[in-house]
Design a protein around this ligand. Structure first.
Ligand code: NAD
Ligand code: UDX
Length: 464
């Protein structure tokens, strides 16, 4: 079976880049990305391709090449479903904020709405692909809805979780370590559906990297991969605190440990804490699922990864207060970086939000500079925490357009995102314009201690 028309529901950080790459690599397949958010769709269609709603290195060039040829962005969800032989569901699956499982379970209401819409609209057989990250066994619920509320057409459900990381999305999509496709491989029709999706990826991904499994293994592998990755960050962050007490240096420890080929060197960079839309949400989901099966030890084991991460963010902020003679009340503190990592404008669960909130609770005046995050987004993030009124957030937190505006007249500077440009700031100028003693807190191990101390900074870095 050859796929001719793909529809992707959800034009977000995953749906947009993933479909842009599929369209670029498969010129004979029509790809339509749909969303209920008309502003987002309008931005994807913006004449100036630099205005697409997601910043990812290399993405605008891919969109430029395919858009209007075989890549389309639309708000007409019904029409795209009707036309498609394969439908990706790539909507958000945030942590529930209400009811049973509040603060833990994944909220599947957007997924269910998609399933009901697909069932209502479809007039011929469809392959439905779970691209969103979902609790294990969600495909069962999807199938139930599709089979019971549909028009008697046949559905095959595949799980095809996405492993891209933000900031490197295009590269990750072009050269994935593996593509995971879970399906009903026991039956001929299930196998045929899996093969249809394999053929799409085989346009550019070597066959040996296309991994097929049963649906449940695929769903659970995604949660497992994120849990393992986050666990490595929490593990090295736990060690960073011990390093600070003992004179060891966390960078040296992670290098020494990472050179053991059984451990490997990636994801051992100590930081102010991991952020992003996935790690916390997916681990909480894993914890919730484990508890729901009565596996309390399994749940507690994984929950510790989150607890350690919360501790790391808090401890960094507390260090700033303590170092500034135990009070930051009325003091200007410059925060460099707001995104949860470099090369993205995404701020979801960014450590910067929590550090800022902590400092504002201590009555600091914060000034934020980030090269890609909008002012509006920064205030939205602060308001979302509900720690104080939005008027107060606007009065006490300022957002500026250059790093030097942020650092001028400040008591302390904290690096919260590892943007490359922060390495190359004129640190002498920063120092000269700050109040003295000039405190510099490196939450990303981005800067060299020796050169900063030579300028005169009081320098603190995570893990040394
Ligand atoms: P996102 O919030 O950026 O995008 C989701 C989009 O879906 C939104 O634009 C929203 O308007 C749209 N949407 C919601 N319900 C809809 C409906 N009924 N019809 C049409 N559109 C609808 O989310 P994201 O970051 O792209 O994540 C999507 C999924 O992919 C999540 O399950 C996430 O866990 C997973 N994932 C994300 C990443 C990542 O790096 N962001 C990586 C791997 C997997
Ligand atoms: C993650 C997974 O890597 C990706 O496979 C999955 O599809 C989505 O979730 P993402 O959240 O986009 O991707 O970025 P990632 O590079 O994993 O970083 C997550 C957070 O961990 C960031 O805040 C980053 O700064 C932090 N991190 C990462 C560290 O603090 N140290 C590290 O060594 C690596």
């Amino acid at each position: 079976m050859k796929i001719k028309n793909i529809c992707c529901i959800g034009a977000g950080y995953v749906g947009g880049p993933t479909m842009a790459v599929i369209a670029q690599k498969c010129p004979e397949i029509n790809v339509t990305v749909v969303d209920i958010n008309d502003q987002r769709i309008a931005a994807w269609n913006d004449e100036d391709v630099e205005n697409i709603p997601i910043y990812e290195p290399g993405l605008s060039a891919v969109v430029q090449e395919a858009r209007g040829r075989n890549l389309f962005f639309s708000t007409d969800v019904d029409a795209a479903i009707d036309k498609a032989d394969m439908i990706f569901i790539s909507v958000n699956t945030p942590t529930k904020t209400y009811g049973i499982g509040k603060g833990m379970a994944a909220d599947l209401k957007f997924i269910e709405l998609c399933a009901r819409q697909i069932a209502r609209v479809s007039k011929d057989d469809k392959i439905v692909v779970e691209k969103s990250t979902l609790p294990v066994r969600t495909a069962e619920a999807l199938k139930n809805i599709l089979d019971n509320t549909g028009n008697g057409v046949n559905y095959q459900i595949l799980s095809n979780p996405e492993f891209l990381a933000e900031g490197t999305a295009v590269d990750d999509l072009m050269n994935p370590d593996r593509v995971l496709i879970g399906g009903d491989i026991e039956t001929p029709v299930g196998k045929e559906a899996v093969e249809a999706l394999v053929d799409v990826y085989a346009h550019w991904v070597p066959r040996e990297r296309l991994l097929t499994t049963n649906v449940w293994s695929s769903e659970l592998s995604k949660l497992t991969a994120n849990a393992f990755l986050a666990q490595r960050v929490s593990s090295i962050n736990a060690m960073s605190e011990l390093c600070e007490k003992t004179g060891a240096d966390v960078n040296e420890v992670s290098k020494a440990v990472g050179m053991d080929s059984r451990i490997g060197s990636k994801f051992l960079k100590s930081s102010v804490g991991f952020g992003g839309s996935c790690f916390q949400k997916d681990i909480l989901n894993l914890v919730y699922i484990s508890k729901s099966f009565g596996l309390h030890e399994v749940a507690d084991y994984w929950e510790q990864v989150i607890l350690m991460n919360d501790h790391q963010k808090r401890r960094f902020a507390a260090k700033i207060v303590q170092t500034l003679f135990n009070t930051v009340s009325g003091k200007k503190i410059a925060l460099l970086g707001w995104a949860f990592k470099k090369d993205t404008n995404d701020t979801r669960e960014s450590a910067a939000i929590y550090v800022a909130d902590y400092l504002l609770n201590e009555q600091a005046e914060i000034v934020v500079y980030d090269p890609k995050v909008s002012t509006e987004q920064i205030y939205t993030d602060l308001d979302y925490l509900n720690s104080r009124s939005s008027e107060e957030n606007r009065a006490r937190a300022k957002v500026v357009n250059t790093p030097y505006e942020a650092t001028k007249d400040s008591h302390a500077v904290a690096i919260l995102t590892e943007w490359d440009e922060f390495k190359d700031l004129d640190w002498q100028k920063v120092y000269d314009e700050m109040l003295k003693p000039a405190f510099l807190f490196d939450g990303r191990r981005l800067l060299q201690r020796e050169t900063k101390e030579a300028i005169g900074f009081e320098f603190y870095a995570i893990g040394s």
